[in-house]
Design a protein around this ligand. Structure first.
Ligand SMILES: [Zn+2]
Length: 208
């Protein structure tokens, strides 16, 4: 499994490439910005992009998705509950004082329990609303790997004060969907350093 995570854009959103060296296929999660760099990495790794998955419709995670789709033809998956946020892209760009990126409706809604990703490395969609109504995490059970979007961070959790955020709901999502995973599960959050479910269960002050 090829697994590469790097920060993109002014808010340093973690973008992840998952690749299969056997088939040469890849998925990209959260191409928020820096599309030329993402394309260059795919080329260096000799990977063909098959799928774009966006964990939620905040500008720093979804901002480059249409550009990446246009360059590769790969479809975009985003949970439908975030469509209202996607339609507020002008407002979101104003929050950051950046130009509004082009956005488009996703090709498919990433629904709870749906299996996405590559044939060799499937991931189950966990719908974890709270940071936004359409927030999802991707669980690679075999690899004990979670791409957590902005639901869970090392030592923190996603903010819930933006439109579509709900503080009780994110705690329910965290307790019911993420803390039920094995302690050894490696977590790559939407921003900042990686962690594990076990470390967060033991030390995250928001999960007490
Ligand atoms: Zn966010």
């Amino acid at each position: 499994m090829i697994l590469e995570t790097f920060p993109v854009g002014p808010l340093a959103c973690n973008c992840t490439i998952v690749g299969d060296e056997e088939t040469g296929e890849a998925m990209v999660v959260d191409p928020g910005d820096n599309i030329p760099h993402i394309l260059a990495r795919l080329m260096d790794l000799r990977l063909t992009l098959k799928q774009i998955v966006v964990t939620h419709a905040h500008i720093d995670h979804v901002g480059g998705a249409v550009k990446l789709k246009r360059a590769t033809g790969a479809p975009i998956l985003l949970n439908q509950n975030d469509l209202p946020l996607l339609k507020m892209m002008d407002t979101q760009a104003a929050w950051l004082s950046v130009p509004t990126p082009e956005v488009a409706e996703p090709d498919q809604s990433a629904e709870d329990a749906m299996v996405v990703g590559l044939a060799a490395y499937p991931a189950t969609v966990l719908h974890t609303p709270g940071h936004t109504q359409g927030s999802i995490c991707l669980h690679f059970a075999e690899q004990r790997l979670l791409l957590a979007g902005d639901t869970l961070f090392a030592g923190s959790i996603g903010r819930t004060d933006l439109p579509g955020g709900d503080g009780r709901q994110i705690l329910r999502s965290l307790h019911d969907r993420l803390l039920t995973l094995e302690d050894a599960t490696r977590v790559i959050p939407g921003h900042g350093p990686e962690t594990t479910i076990g470390e967060e269960r033991a030390g995250n002050p928001f999960l007490r």
